[in-house]
Design a protein around this ligand. Structure first.
Ligand code: ADE
Length: 248
């Protein structure tokens, strides 16, 4: 079954962009997922086809009109009633691997891309729309954020990633950063690959990787480490499984 993505945007020519290449592009060619870019301006009703207006109360920039956004959302919902609608905005809830996993397992997504100062807030009261941020920085529009979200989802769709197991061990899947990797040559620039990785002892290698993942997470991402540890304390047995569930 095809996982359908619809993007509502003022710049449909930005899509599929990089997602037309490599793994995602191949998967699209095979019908694993589809992408439709819908022009928001097509839902404007005045003769100037305007989609935005000045902010109430004054201030710089322009705000996307709720009536135009609602018309676009309603039109897409009529054809994709089961796909959740997500608005890309730095005011949204930070995107996590757990949410990405849920979206990839669902009925597709409809993404609303903001421009200018953002959306008229009334759209979020009037329609079921989830506000999503891809990080604490401001992009010039939601389109690049939509590409990021789609990339993260599409690579999890069945048959897209070459080696299925590589997805399960990577960063964030267990609530930890992934362990570091090495490859040949065994010595480069006077630096040797850690001895344990050349031992052939799979149990020892697995233990080393877990220890490295934990140490790196603790140092680099105290926020993730805190969550990982508290999930482990709650459930001393099967801590890794619990972590996966808690995150979702
Ligand atoms: N639009 C502008 N900045 C954004 C961000 N950080 N995340 C999602 N959408 C955005």
């Amino acid at each position: 079954m095809t996982w359908p993505a619809t993007v509502i945007t003022l710049y449909p020519e930005m899509f599929p962009g990089p997602l037309g290449l490599s793994l995602a592009g191949r998967a699209m060619g095979e019908g694993v997922w589809s992408l439709e870019a819908v022009q928001l301006r097509d839902f404007a009703t005045d003769k100037h086809r305007s989609v935005d207006d000045t902010p109430a109360g004054g201030g710089p920039g322009m705000v996307l009109r709720a009536d135009v956004l609602a018309a676009a959302i309603d039109a897409v919902r009529a054809t994709r009633p089961d796909a959740p609608v997500l608005a890309m905005t730095p005011r949204g809830r930070p995107l996590t691997q757990a949410r990405v996993r849920e979206l990839a397992a669902g009925a597709g997504v409809t993404l609303l891309c903001g421009r200018f100062e953002g959306f008229d807030e009334r759209i979020f009261a009037a329609r079921d729309v989830e506000e999503v941020s891809i990080g604490d920085y401001v992009l010039s529009g939601g389109e690049t954020a939509a590409l990021v979200l789609l990339d993260a989802c599409v690579r999890l769709l069945p048959g897209v990633m070459g080696a299925p197991s590589s997805g399960e061990q990577e960063s964030h899947e267990a609530g930890l950063l992934e362990h570091p990797h090495y490859t040949r040559p065994a010595v480069w620039d006077g630096r040797a690959i850690p001895e344990v990785l050349r031992s052939g002892d799979h149990a020892k290698i697995a233990a080393w990787r877990t220890a490295e993942a934990e140490a790196d997470t603790r140092l680099r991402r105290p926020d993730l480490w805190e969550r990982y540890v508290s999930a482990r304390v709650k459930s001393p047995s099967g801590a890794r499984r619990e972590n996966k569930d808690e995150e979702a």
